[in-house]
Every structure is written in C-alpha cells, then in structure tokens.
Design a protein around this ligand. Structure first.
Ligand SMILES: CC(C)(COP(=O)(O)OP(=O)(O)OC[C@H]1O[C@@H](n2cnc3c(N)ncnc32)[C@H](O)[C@@H]1OP(=O)(O)O)[C@@H](O)C(=O)NCCC(=O)NCCS
Length: 325
C-alpha cells in the first residue's frame, strides 16, 4: 500500500530519503553520471527558486520506506505562469507497481488546480522515463543533446583572437552594479533560444532579477562565473558557468547568448574560449563542462564542437497539455 503525501516544504529527514531515491534512480538509469550529494539535494529542495514555488510529494510504503518522490515547480513570473515543471523518480526496486503513475496523477491534479496550461518533464533517451511518459499520454516536444568538454583538451585559441570593438569582462557571483542593466538586456537575448514545441514562455530580465538569480545560486552554495563581451555601449554577449556546492570535477554550462545586433562576429566562441581559460586558471580541479543544446540550435552546437565538446547523452522534454477552462 502506497501513501502519497503532499507538502510545500521538505524536512531534513525527508530530504535524506529524497536523496536516497534520487541517487538509486540515477545509478540505475545513468550509471556513468556523477550523482548529487545529500547536501546538494537538501539545498535544491529547501532553497527558494527564482520566480517560482514548489510542491512536493513523497510516496511512502506502509513500513515507512520512501518508494518515490516528485517535485512540481510552479513558475510565477508573467511570461511563465502557465507552466509547471515536474521532477519524478521512483526507486529502481519499486518500479512497475504504479507508484510513478500515482505521483504523476497527484502532480497533474495540482497543476490543474493551479490553472497551469502545460506540465513539462525530462526523461533520458531510451530509459524508463521515455516509455512511462509515452504510456501516460505526454508528448515529446524537444530533444536535448548533452555535450561534455574535456577542459584539458579544449581548444581555447579563440580566446586570443582580437575583437577591436569589444572587451572582455568577468565576474563571480552577482553582476557588478554598473553592468547590471546591460547584463539584463543581454539576458533577454536568451528568449530566442530554440525550445522546439515546448510551451516554455519567455523570461523578462531586469537588473533586480539578475541579482535575484545570483542570490538563488549563492543560497545553494553554488558558484556562478560569468564572462561577457562589452562593445558599442552594450553587453554584446556573455557565458555563465556554475560549479555546484561540493563539486570537484564537473562544471555546468548555464546561459550563453549573443544579442542579435552583435551576432556573426565570433563573440559566442570568444566568450566561451575565454571562460575555458578562466576555469583552468581559477579552478584547476574542474576537468569537464556539461552543456545541453536543442538539436536544432546549430550555431551554439557549432561553437561547442569548435571548442572540443563531444556528444555524451540525450534527453527528451515531454509535455502534457492541460485543460484551462
Ligand atoms: C519513469 C518512472 C518514474 C516510472 O515509475 P513507475 O513507478 O515504474 O511507473 P508505473 O509503474 O506507474 O508505470 C506506468 C506505466 O508506464 C510504462 N512504463 C513504466 N516504466 C516502463 C519501462 N521501464 N518500460 C516500458 N514501459 C514502462 C508502462 O506502460 C507502465 O504500465 P505497466 O507497468 O502496467 O505496463 C521510473 O522508471 C523512474 O523513476 N525513472 C527515472 C526518472 C525518470 O525518468 N523520470 C521522468 C519521468 S516523469
């Protein structure tokens, strides 16, 4: 008998159970991937998100063991308040007994009562989540290629190319005050990132919102590194890397964007190559960078191939369209 308990907060004990389910689930489906530490999971579950709130469910057996977990992120900013994002895992020893379906049903009910138009979730290519989503009536709306860069082998020669109209700047954590407005304007260029048929909406960045984003990461203990190109009175492009708390080996690529008026000059490659140099100098322990790109994001993929990124794995984004009446 499975009991599904909703909550809007996760206790330390629940976070430990959550970590156990998640780590076992990832070990089964993605055995070569690094697994999150208990501290990372605790921080992810308890720190506030940017312009969003979350609902949680634990599926508990009569003896008290946690068989599955689900988190639903409800976006609250005006361009995304139609959206709910689901993260769902069932312990490998408890699968195929309906627990995943019970958790999904609970999340869908909550998304409907929160008047969400679209529920999205990610599943590894060829894994059980793929079959589960298809069986449960979700449709595939986007495929992401995950790429890995071996930092020691990366070709960072483009960092040395002269771009006479531009200069590189970098910072750690929150953007310096004098660059905050320009950075927010550049971040709005991310809204034309290809998102397939996914009903992802738009994010409107302001100086306050970029500072809030940096605060969210700092609250989790994550380190945010940004390298940007300034030119002609604007921020022309930037790239962001996150090193999660406790991480010793892998860094995560966050945004890279070049604003439309500055595209076609190699600035995307420039800022990313400069970031590779920076990582080598400032964080020599970081051996690899993971990024994911929509398969039709040809320009970003071309930049990544040039730097030496290689295909690693693939995930699919699934979506459930919910009645809005
Ligand atoms: C996907 C996942 C949540 C499914 O949990 P579960 O408790 O096994 O799901 P259910 O028992 O409710 O399965 C419902 C139906 O989905 C389909 N399904 C689930 N897993 C499947 C698999 N490995 N192969 C084929 N079909 C599968 C079946 O049609 C199943 O019904 P059936 O068992 O009567 O044939 C679980 O495998 C998991 O945690 N995977 C890793 C995380 C993940 O991919 N999450 C994203 C999905 S939202």
């Amino acid at each position: 008998m499975i009991h599904i308990a909703p909550s809007s907060q996760v206790s330390a004990e629940q976070a430990a159970s959550w970590h156990a389910v998640l780590a076992a689930s990832l070990a089964r489906d993605l055995p070569d991937e690094p697994r999150p530490t208990p501290e990372q999971v605790q921080a992810q579950l308890t720190a506030a998100g940017l312009d969003s709130r979350r609902l949680f469910w634990l599926a508990t057996e009569s003896g008290g063991a946690v068989a599955g977990v689900a988190a639903l992120r409800l976006f609250t900013s005006p361009g995304q308040d139609h959206l709910a994002e689901l993260d769902l895992h069932v312990h490998p020893d408890r699968r195929r007994s309906g627990t995943g379906s019970l958790l999904l049903d609970a999340a869908v009910r909550a998304a409907k009562s929160e008047r969400r138009r679209s529920l999205i979730t990610a599943a590894a290519d060829g894994g059980p989540g793929d079959a589960f989503c298809a069986a449960r009536g979700l449709r595939r709306v986007l495929t992401l290629d995950h790429l890995l860069l071996d930092v020691a082998q990366a070709d960072d020669a483009a960092a040395g190319i002269e771009h006479p109209d531009y200069e590189l700047v970098d910072w750690t954590g929150t953007v310096p005050g004098e660059l905050a407005e320009a950075f927010a304007a550049a971040k709005n260029a991310m809204n034309d990132m290809p998102t397939g048929d996914m009903d992802y909406g738009d994010q409107a960045w302001t100086a306050d919102r970029v500072r809030a984003m940096a605060d969210v990461l700092a609250d989790r203990g994550d380190l945010l590194l940004t390298t940007a190109a300034l030119g002609k009175g604007e921020m022309a492009g930037y790239t962001e890397i996150v090193i999660r708390a406790g991480e010793t080996r892998r860094a995560l690529q966050y945004d890279t964007a070049v604003v439309p008026a500055h595209r076609g000059h190699g600035l995307g490659l420039w800022v990313k190559a400069a970031m590779v140099r920076r990582l080598r100098a400032e964080h020599p322990g970081i051996a690899e960078i993971e990024t994911d790109n929509a398969q039709d994001n040809t320009h970003m993929l071309a930049v990544n191939w040039r730097l030496g990124f290689r295909s690693h794995r693939r995930t699919h984004q699934y979506q459930l369209d919910l009645p809005t009446a």
